[in-house]
Design a binder for this molecule. Structure first.
Ligand code: DHE
Length: 541
């Protein structure tokens, strides 16, 4: 498995079907068959960064107006060997013929996939077990708070792992290249979204984790969240799509689609964008509201779900290329990376306004970020970076530390760039940072751990992949995404190895930083994100 970050979705449905458009006669340089192959490769490898319509986001704009200027030979070179600007090399993934095909394909006008409206959603919706036929109380002895929903990326599954015994409790088939899991307010239901837009609702109250409903929310998707405000617990879910650019609100316990809202519109620069994809979504605790971050337009929508027939949205202008983010420790402010703009946007959910736009080093990528009290600067939120070897600390306490609020108060040195996730826990004095996309093997396999009580102390760098003691293999054993157990004493890291190679999860003792357990199982294929039920339910990070 290579270039994981850039490998976008393979559609569960046939790509030929999705791109079922008549090819214009003046674009007949490729045969229909070649075009179908190229569309599929584009969707799998390129769309995540460049967009379906190739308008560009994390990656460059690839419309003919630009690609024709570069020409076939130059495009082949870029696809083969990558660029300093962050484009990775594909010479070890695609054949020479495929590279040449892609160079031709991106010089042609992009195909527009079909829309996905209410009729399509209703046809895809399966209520496997009705709410009234589900258990009235948990039918298992598992400590559900400490279950981890683990993404098994390349097998299109999640593993539900019992955090107490470290045993796999169940494996559930989900959508393609499944992306994230989120919890219902009650902690009973896990919502899992696949890159192919398949949303699965898993009920943890059965003897084994059981899918009780599924819905295809779009053709490509990345995010899902639930209603968490008092009185709305487990009532609604919301899923954001990359294509079509829209979000859907569904019933929380059946996934029946209720309302679809398009995110097409003007960017913060006042230009129309046809593909503003839905990035992160979070539920506000103090209001019946979701914070929905629209990538290409840079608009943050606060969606009031108290009356979805008469839906109220507040649109906040921030910066383009919104991606991932998390709450500050008070859960009043939401901090979201506008990654290709090198900024973090801060939303004040109490006033419904932008609190700040903070300039940072290249491509901040926080996951949900990490909150702790800095010994000098008070409460801070941390993010690592894809494009820089630093951890940025931003002050988050305008009331008691106004000098530091929404300013970069410190940059800690990470062991490398290519970082995706930072993590800490309210009970811990450690801050963890990975760098799975670093080109250096040693860096990609290691994490940096800071002592947040004394940030002048040199951090500890741990090669977590070595601890797993896996057999030598071709693919780098990328160490990715820390997640704490429910009581905040253990840190779990995934070893993201090749699809056909053994992977593992390493459990560290948070106090001693020593290995506590290694979870190995042939069913653990390419584990990446891990979502502890309690921590995800309560947004603890
Ligand atoms: Fe993610 C979160 C999009 C590639 C693992 N990822 C997110 C979110 C978005 C996103 C919008 C925020 C969701 C939310 O909070 O509601 N991710 C994308 C992409 O567009 C991208 C760059 C390219 C693609 O083609 O998909 C991409 N992501 C990856 C990976 O390759 C990762 C590392 C491995 C994998 O399993 O696919 C990956 N993304 C994750 C994880 C989270 C995530 C683990 C959730 C972090 C958390 O702690 O909540």
């Amino acid at each position: 498995m290579k270039k994981p970050y850039f490998a976008a979705s393979v559609l569960a449905m046939s790509v030929a079907g999705v791109f079922n458009v008549a090819f214009a006669a003046d674009e007949a340089a490729l045969t229909a068959e070649q075009k179908v192959t190229a569309s599929k490769i584009y969707f799998e490898r390129c769309a995540g960064c460049h967009g379906i319509l190739r308008k560009g986001a994390t990656g460059k704009n690839l419309e003919p107006v630009n690609t024709l200027k570069l020409g076939h030979a130059r495009l082949e070179k870029i696809i083969s060997y990558g660029t300093d600007g962050g484009m990775v090399n594909f010479d070890d993934i695609l054949t020479k013929d495929e590279i040449s095909l892609m160079a031709s394909y991106i010089q042609q006008t992009p195909d527009t996939p079909p829309e996905w409206g209410m009729k399509d959603m209703m046809n895809s919706w399966k209520l496997v077990i009705k709410p009234e036929d589900r258990p009235k109380k948990p039918m298992n002895k598992i400590n559900l708070k400490n279950v981890f929903s683990v993404t098994l990326r390349d097998s299109g599954e999640v593993a539900l792992i019992d955090g107490d015994t470290k045993q796999i409790w169940g494996i559930v088939k989900t959508g393609y290249a499944v992306h994230i899991s989120r919890l219902s307010a009650s902690g009973r239901y896990v919502y899992v979204i696949g890159r192919d837009g398949k949303l699965d609702l898993i009920d943890l109250w059965f003897e084994k984790p059981t899918v009780v409903a599924t819905l295809k929310v779009g053709i490509e998707a990345r995010s899902v969240e639930t209603s968490k405000f008092k009185g709305y617990e487990d009532k609604y879910a919301i899923a954001g799509s990359y294509w079509p650019p829209q979000y859907v609100i569904t019933d929380g316990d059946t996934l029946k689609p209720l309302k679809i809202v398009s995110t097409r519109g003007m960017t913060v620069d006042g230009e129309y964008h046809p593909e503003p994809r839905v990035a992160s979504i979070v539920a506000t605790e103090g209001k019946p509201e979701w914070v929905v971050n629209i990538k290409e337009t840079g608009m943050i929508r606060l969606v009031d779900y108290s009356d979805i027939k008469n839906l109220k949205e507040t649109t906040i202008e921030s910066a383009k290329f919104l991606h991932d983010g998390g709450w500050d420790s008070t859960k009043r402010y939401f901090l979201v990376a506008a990654n290709a703009s090198n900024k973090v946007a801060v939303v004040d959910t109490k006033t419904g306004k932008l609190a700040a736009l903070v300039d940072t080093k290249a491509k901040p990528h926080p996951g949900r970020g990490a909150n702790f009290v800095h010994p000098k600067f008070g409460p801070v939120w941390a993010t690592s970076h894809l494009g820089a070897d630093v951890i940025t600390l931003i002050g988050t306490d305008p009331a008691k530390h106004p000098q530091q609020a929404w300013k970069v108060v410190q940059e800690l040195k990470n062991h490398g760039s290519g970082s995706l996730f930072v993590k800490t826990h309210p009970k811990s004095h450690h801050l963890y940072a990975d760098s799975p996309l670093n080109p250096d093997k040693e860096n990609a396999e290691s994490v940096t751990v800071y002592d947040i009580r004394d940030l002048d102390k040199p951090p500890v760098i741990i090669n977590v992949a070595k601890m797993a003691d896996l057999p030598e293999a071709k693919a780098v054993k990328r160490v990715v995404q820390a997640e704490y157990n429910a009581d905040g004493t253990e840190v779990w890291y995934s070893i993201w190895a090749g699809k056909t190679e053994p992977s593992a999860i390493v459990v560290l003792d948070d106090k001693t930083l020593k290995m506590k357990a290694v979870i190995k199982d042939p069913r653990l294929i390419t584990p990446t994100g891990k979502f502890n039920v309690y921590n995800t339910q309560h947004d603890i990070y």
